[in-house]
Design a protein around this ligand. Sequence first.
Ligand SMILES: Cc1cc2nc3c(=O)[nH]c(=O)nc-3n(C[C@H](O)[C@H](O)[C@H](O)COP(=O)(O)OP(=O)(O)OC[C@H]3O[C@@H](n4cnc5c(N)ncnc54)[C@H](O)[C@@H]3O)c2cc1C
Length: 402
Amino acid sequence: MRVVVCGGGIGGLALAQGLVRRGLEVVVLERDEDLAQTGGYKLHLAPAPLRALADLLPADQMGELLDRAVRTTGFTLAVRDHRARLLVRAREDEQGQSVDVDRITLRRALAAGLGDRLRLGQQCARYTESGNGAHVELASGERVVGDVVVIAEGAGSRLARQLAGARTCSSTGLVGVAGRTLVSDLPQRAQQIVREDPLLAFGPGGVGLFASWHAPGAGSGALTPPMVIWGMLTVASRPPAGASEDLARAAAGLLARARWAPGLVDLPRHAAPGTVASFPLLAADPGRIAPWVPRRVTAMGDAAHAMPPTGGQGAATAILDAHQHTTVLAETAEGQRELGPALQAAAHEMRTRSATAVRESLAPLRWIKASAHPAGTAATTLAMPAAAGIAALTRSLRGAVR
Ligand SMILES: Cc1cc2nc3c(=O)[nH]c(=O)nc-3n(C[C@H](O)[C@H](O)[C@H](O)COP(=O)(O)OP(=O)(O)OC[C@H]3O[C@@H](n4cnc5c(N)ncnc54)[C@H](O)[C@@H]3O)c2cc1C
């Protein structure tokens, strides 16, 4: 069986690794020319996606990945107001090993060994399905033929839209500006606030800021020096445009004008050149995930169930999808199952699993939106220590763009 995977992000590459390991033929079509292109924000992988990865990757590659990640068994979150005053400190323990890893490190580890099965610089334009096969048409006009097509193009995927007959996600009404600031460039006042625990701060005017210290151990082969990864979320219909430096200046200006603590304003103000990006926060409708009945073409990961980074679960969910699709495709290739029903069963499980993750990821956005109004700011601040969604918030602290 030959599987064509559209999109070589976290889910698509994890799927390709699993399929190769199970002896299937696979080609991954990825529009990026370079694996580092979509940035290096930090991802938190809990025990379940980590176990799934261990099943998908050859043992030596998994070992190398773990060496380059920061191992954790849970984490603490400091929720602060915009003046950096502590509102609540929450601790979430996880059952088993989990890691923090930056996206570029993870993506490279997932691409290792795929060789020419991974084709970079290939933009998928549409797919066509027939009774005995399917093919993907590239923007260049080339056709790539397979028995099955798995769309793993991430949020806003055009091919997933073709499959669903409608957009698979929409704007949440919030946008993010996120980046990295080297610890060596940060004034002491900022280091003091961020060093202790990852933080999530809320301020008036519908602004949230998360920040976390990321320092893979020396000699671990990590690709990144110690840094603070931060992201500012704000209510807006479209993300601000501009180069990294313009975005950092705009974010610092917005926080300064709203009288945020200088140590928090320092994060965007001293951002490392070229590391700041803006993005819309998109989400699927949790009640309408994967509305298709797959026969030879399906979609997984953010292409099927986009969720904002405020749940810190998107990559983990994409890896679980990849694991599940590897199993059903391998069983089909071995003649144990029929393709259509197997893909349909996978889509059904994916709907259930991802709907929870999407809902959890949306919860913190409601708090930020509420604080867009003066009365909402007070209410949000008061409600914070009792907030039941603190676990999702804690996970959200694990990422930021580039
Ligand atoms: C700031 C931030 C922080 C985050 N933090 C976390 C976290 O802590 N934990 C977590 O689990 N998740 C986190 N996420 C989410 C996570 O990164 C995504 O959910 C995850 O990468 C989704 O995997 P995917 O394979 O579905 O899509 P992606 O990894 O986005 O991959 C999609 C790929 O498809 C390619 N592509 C798109 N269109 C085409 C096309 N037409 N042709 C060819 N290729 C195409 C893209 O270039 C991309 O490489 C965070 C996201 C952000 C923005």
